[in-house]
Design a protein. Structure first.
Ligand SMILES: [Zn+2]
Length: 86
């Protein structure tokens, strides 16, 4: 399964898509938007906390004008499976 959007917050399309969940988890990349680190804290509780704290972008300069969370929710992967490595 190709992953072209942040599975947690739905941001994307990502500059470099991942070929699989394993590739995503082993990348330890960090989402510009929700700031989760794949393979470390990409889990639904992290996402819920991020939303409850007002959806602050990790890199505000990457945030498009007029950005709305609800426009990218369809790209989330739910349920997002827990990382088997943690
Ligand atoms: Zn994200």
């Amino acid at each position: 399964m190709k992953i072209e959007y942040c599975p947690l917050c739905g941001w994307g399309p990502l500059e470099k898509p991942y070929e699989s969940m394993e590739e995503l988890w082993f990348s330890y990349d960090i989402c510009d938007c929700c700031g989760c680190e794949y393979g470390l804290d990409d889990n639904e509780p992290y996402y819920e906390k991020w939303v409850s704290e007002g959806c602050r972008w990790l890199y505000p300069e990457a945030k498009p004008t007029g950005w709305r969370l609800q426009d990218q929710l369809q790209h989330q992967i739910r349920p997002w499976p827990p990382n088997p490595l943690t």
